[in-house]
Design a protein around this ligand. Structure first.
Ligand code: HEM
Length: 341
């Protein structure tokens, strides 16, 4: 599936439904008006004001991680990316910080289970995650006034005309955390690799560039090697897609990584051209299900790389193992940090 087909599918939810899973997936497994209602609730926690308010805490986490680094080799995905993503997310949601070790381990196990394609292993890690989230949600549901954090706010939320059930809370929070901790870690790996191989971009980011320009460069490095590989849709009626006949009921994968490297859309897919390629960049998806966490994620990545590049240069020459489908980017990536003089 190329860029045009990915857009066609994502922009036509009546023909390509998101209701592909038997599990409760809020809001991503919903269609139409029900999706719009849940999406409104999710968006109210992830808008620009919220992102601005969360930035100092994420910057503090990034500064702590960078302060603990020494010049030399470091592993970028699980070593840097996952620990930043997990610690930042715990603070943002108000979850106990001592969950960090368990969650980093969970991100690793989840990726291994996803890679293996073993349904039992995937179901087991999913159950483990739900138990972690329940452990956080239940005390907040029982004593809502005792907690002043984003999770407690969600537990008290009545914007849908009633409180969310524990199952619904777990589903919403799973979406904000489970998939995205792994994606964030993968994004750190992909960007570190891109910067090691494009010293001109690293030089640019080490100057006083605006947040907008900074994020445009990160977005373009993610386009080149999009680690958030694909999402599923189910055809509601027969369709013709890129010359292929799709039957009603058929499940197809919108392949964001492939779309973002389609040479019919991006003349030189490997070459970073931030402003030129921005309009067609599909790293965050498109249409009604486009990522509501885009602003939060880009802020997290920006504060992390500002902290890292503020102290170190990433040397050319990396060693790594590619992740395998359906996980994208690098499974592990060794980068070399050189202290700036
Ligand atoms: C870190 C990198 C991330 C990437 C590359 C990414 C990418 C995406 C993409 C491509 C979609 C579209 C899915 C579709 O069309 O079916 C999506 C959906 C979604 N993302 Fe992200 N995401 C990231 C992080 C986050 C974060 C941090 C959050 C929340 C805090 C988040 C929350 C969601 C939710 C709730 C949806 C479903 C939206 C809906 O169905 O309306 N994402 N994401």
């Amino acid at each position: 599936m190329g860029h045009e087909e990915a857009k066609t599918v994502a922009l036509n939810p009546e023909a390509f439904s998101s209701a592909v899973s038997a599990h409760l997936q809020l809001p991503n497994g919903l269609d139409g008006e029900e999706h719009a209602r849940w999406r409104g609730l999710v968006d109210s926690y992830l808008g620009p004001e919220r992102v601005r308010a969360a930035e100092p805490e994420f910057a503090r986490t990034a500064a702590e991680i960078v302060a603990g680094l020494r010049p030399g080799t470091v592993e970028a995905v699980m070593g840097l990316g996952a620990s930043f993503a997990v610690r930042g997310m715990l603070r943002w949601l108000g979850w106990p910080e001592d969950l960090a070790g368990e969650l980093v381990q969970w991100v690793k196990d989840n990726q291994a289970a996803t890679r293996s394609g073993d349904r039992d292993a995937t179901a087991e890690v999913a159950r483990r995650y739900d138990a972690i989230v329940r452990g956080v949600v239940e005390p907040r549901r029982a004593r809502p006034r005792a907690y002043q954090d984003v999770t407690a706010e969600l537990a008290r939320d009545r914007s849908l005309g009633r409180e969310l059930s524990v199952e619904e809370l777990v589903s919403v929070l799973r979406n904000w955390t489970a998939g995205d901790l792994g994606s964030m870690a993968a994004c750190v790996g992909v960007i570190a690799y891109g910067l090691a191989n494009h010293t001109e971009l690293q030089d640019r980011l080490s100057q006083a560039v605006s947040d907008e320009e900074y994020e445009a460069i990160l977005n373009e490095l993610l386009r080149i090697d999009d680690p958030f590989v694909s999402n599923r849709r189910k055809a509601t009626r027969p369709a013709l897609l890129g010359g292929d006949e799709i039957a009603a009921g058929e499940v197809i994968h919108v392949h964001w990584t492939g779309a973002n490297r389609d040479p019919r859309t991006f003349e030189s897919p490997d070459e970073p051209r931030p402003s030129e390629n921005a309009p067609e960049n599909l790293v965050w998806g498109i249409g009604p299900h486009a990522c509501p966490g885009r602003g939060l994620s880009l802020m997290e990545l920006r504060v992390f790389f500002r902290a890292l590049l503020g102290r170190f240069a990433i040397a050319a020459g990396t060693h790594g193992t590619r992740a395998s489908y359906p996980v994208g980017g690098w499974e592990s990536l060794e980068i070399t940090l050189k202290e700036r003089s």
